[in-house]
Design a protein around this ligand. Sequence first.
Ligand code: UT7
Length: 369
Amino acid sequence: MARYAHITGWGMAIPQKVLTNSELEKMVETSNEWIVSRTGISERRIASETESSASLAVQAALKALEVANVHPLDVDLIIVATSSPEHIFPATACIVQDQIGAKRAGAFDLSAACTGFIFALDLAAATIRSGALNTVLVIGAETLSRFVDWGDRNTCILFGDGAGAFVLQASDQPGGILSGVMRSDGSGAELLTLAAGGSKYPASQSTVQNGMHYIRMNGREVFRFATRVMTQATLEVVQKANLSLQDIQLIIPHQANQRIIETAAKNLNFPLEKIVSNIHRYGNTSTASIPIATCEAIQEGKLKAGDTVVFVGFGAGLTWGAVLAQWSGPLPAKKRVYPHRYRWFARLRSRILRLWRRLEGFFWGKNAA
Ligand code: UT7
């Protein structure tokens, strides 16, 4: 029997703190007028000291599970696409797994910069269609504000923090994710980087002094690349699903720059009002931008069951890609589940496991050595 991968749940989480353009005017040599006219951004959200990529990811994930009516114990795999992980390792996805109590799930992070959410969606859908897994939680989560050089006006005006999540489930009903495109070109690797902290440039006095732990970007080159690949990937994914652009009700692009979105609309000859944009309020939230824009499109009634939608993104790497889906919504369920309520149990379980590990080490550790 044919299997389909449906998007059955969605959720988003954003920090409360808003950073406006006028506040940025006091931090670097820029102006509200320049930022709005060159990027479309008016404000962005910044994580507080107690927030992190994992904490935002957990909030978004629980909301998505609630919408899908899926219990954390039924999740088979968690993929967190992120460029600002909690640590180099362990994976942010493992922290999410523990905090939501998804004890039967595998968990890993996916690093493809802003395209990460698209790659994760395409992979999750392929895994479900193959029959290997039934339920996958795909999350895009970022706190890029932690890696922004607040003295670099080329980048600090662009980025914001947030997270978004989708639940993907197997069904024999036709629909869901119908095609995907994943592409990369490492010859453009140096156009957008966070160079240090890995094995090539481990943290040192010199990497800190040279600002190598910050995001650096050749904006003009990335802009040119972005406008080209947004068009290419959209056309490719539509063709792969044996459809034409006229069949598409909505495009939800990565939110990097309003001018990139407008250029793509023009190149595709696609009505701008059918391309979702919320960049004015959140800036570029990297892997989180597409799921956040999707949640808001649903809230505003722009995306409804049965609609055909294209998600398209690009980012450092260079990477780019698109996913085409027939929007479905939650699968019919026999009983209601409450993922939020399960969280206290997940916390308790995590504490017991930690305590058990310590006891094990205390009583049996010496013998094992
Ligand atoms: O998720 C993917 C990540 N990144 C992107 O998608 C970014 C893609 N690129 C862009 O969005 C745009 O290239 C930027 C918004 C980053 C820059 O806009 P631009 O229109 O390409 O500006 P530019 O870099 O060509 O710079 C034009 C001028 C320069 O001054 P001069 O040399 O002409 O005197 C810059 O120094 O604007 C100046 N400038 C600024 N002025 C005020 C650059 N940043 C600022 C700023 N405020 N924040």
